[in-house]
Design a protein around this ligand. Structure first.
Ligand SMILES: [Zn+2]
Length: 435
């Protein structure tokens, strides 16, 4: 069976080569072996780990990524990239022009750390009180710098331009939007954009799907006349929560710790994290200007259902007997969600399979609730693909569960990320990867 596949792909390659010889004036094909990408990755791995540890030791919150940005800019300059800083906040953009004309392909990394205290077991633990890289953005930075370095050595083989966007303020959802508003995406004339987020799959495992990676997240506010008792408010919010619910009978999509579970997680075709709608049970209750405001988040997997949500909530309020008190129902937060362009996702998976160890590029079958990424704003402007990159090492007890108190990532993730995503960008910039 295996041999048959090799033979067929050999024929396919011969056919492609045959077509190309008939196309006049083509530049000679740029070819790089997967092995040489791996060697180039291995050669810089220790350096990248040192950069990651340094950034981990000096984490900076959204809007304050001064030291982080300066370090990235100096690394990119040392690689010979054109570097622009501060287009929005502490952004850093590195541009690597290939020797031949072609597309402009961007890779995005994010810079900010999280507030909060974590009992970090690392010897390179955070030196800044109450700030910590518990969402792996330090690893994202190391991977992006690694990809930039691997590609910078292949400049003469690249058709087009690679752009490395290091965006600030991801956690506050301001960075990507800010960069777009300052014209960075339009000035660079990006054709494609890619990005990855480290999460709790096994280190190096890449998971992706066409379409939405996360559920749509909406913050709902129900404004009422301030005439309800505590018991009436409780009954009303319960009614709304019960109405705004859809899930398979046995599925519990709010059990986020089961996201990478072997039987119900998003890596399983029958995952519980498919086709759901649910609302947080804890409504925030506020009285302002004589108005009672009840607010909570909801999570919906289907874009087609979004327009029906507010009317359904209004109907649920009416069904609870409080139609006369209802002022309005609105979304007070409706960020876009990450949506992968289907054709580009399939092409990216093929390139990644070629560039990565066997069985490490895998489909994703569900959508994660609670999380989102402002990479979504880039995808509204440029076709893009966002990947989950596993960062856990279950045998060593390392679980890369984002924002969790015990968040911890295996640094091998850096090596695997650099190798796979360098392969992806090389392929998108006209290089043929071969074994
Ligand atoms: Zn994050």
């Amino acid at each position: 069976m295996k041999k048959l596949i090799i033979t067929l792909s050999g024929i396919a390659l011969a056919l492609v080569a045959g077509c190309q010889t008939r196309t006049a004036e083509r530049a000679p094909e740029a070819r790089i072996s997967v092995e040489s990408v791996k060697r180039d990755t291995d050669a810089i791995y220790e350096k990248l780990v040192a950069i990651r540890r340094d950034i981990h030791e000096y984490p900076e919150l959204a809007g304050n990524e001064v030291r982080t940005a300066a370090k990235i800019a100096s690394q990119l300059r040392a690689l010979g990239l054109e570097v622009q800083t501060g287009q929005y906040g502490h952004s850093v953009v590195g541009v690597l022009r290939g020797a031949r004309p072609g597309k402009t392909v961007a890779w995005r990394a994010d810079l900010d750390a999280l507030p909060g205290f974590y009992p970090d077991p690392e010897p390179f633990r955070s030196k800044t009180p109450n700030v910590h890289h518990a969402c792996a953005h330090d690893i994202h930075i190391a991977i992006a710098l690694g990809v930039a370095e691997v590609l910078s050595k292949q400049r003469d083989k690249l058709s087009g331009t690679a752009v490395f966007i290091f965006q600030p303020e991801e956690e506050t959802f301001n960075g990507a939007k800010g960069l777009i508003e300052r014209g960075v995406v339009s000035q660079l004339k990006l054709d494609e954009i890619y990005g990855a987020h480290v999460t709790a799959f096994a280190a190096g495992e890449i998971r992706v799907r066409p379409g939405e990676m996360f559920a749509y997240q909406r913050r709902v506010r129900i404004a009422m006349k301030n005439e309800l008792s505590k018991a009436q408010i409780e009954a009303l919010t319960k009614q709304v929560q019960q109405t705004m619910f859809r899930a398979r009978p046995d599925a519990k999509p709010w059990e986020i710790q089961r996201l990478v579970d072997q039987s119900v997680g998003v890596g399983v075709p029958t995952t519980a994290f498919q086709d759901f709608l649910f609302m947080d049970s804890n409504f925030d209750t506020q009285v302002e200007g004589g108005e009672l405001r009840l607010s909570a988040y909801l999570y919906e997997t289907s874009a087609a259902n979004l327009a029906t949500l507010l009317p359904r909530i209004e109907a649920a309020v009416a069904a609870s007997g409080h139609k006369a008190q209802l002022l309005n129902v609105s979304f007070v937060q409706a960020n876009p969600t990450v949506v992968n362009e289907p054709a580009l996702t399939r092409a990216a998976m093929t390139a990644l399979e070629q560039a990565s160890p066997p069985n490490s590029v895998l489909p994703l079958y569900g959508q994660a609730p609670f999380f989102n990424d402002d990479f979504a704003y880039f995808q509204q402007k440029v076709p893009g693909v966002y990947f989950f990159l596993g960062g856990s090492n279950f045998e060593k007890g390392i679980i890369a569960f984002n924002h969790a108190p015990n968040f911890h990532a295996d640094e091998e993730t850096i090596r695997r990320g650099v190798q796979s995503f360098s392969g992806l960008l090389l392929t998108r910039l006209g290089v043929t990867l071969h074994r």
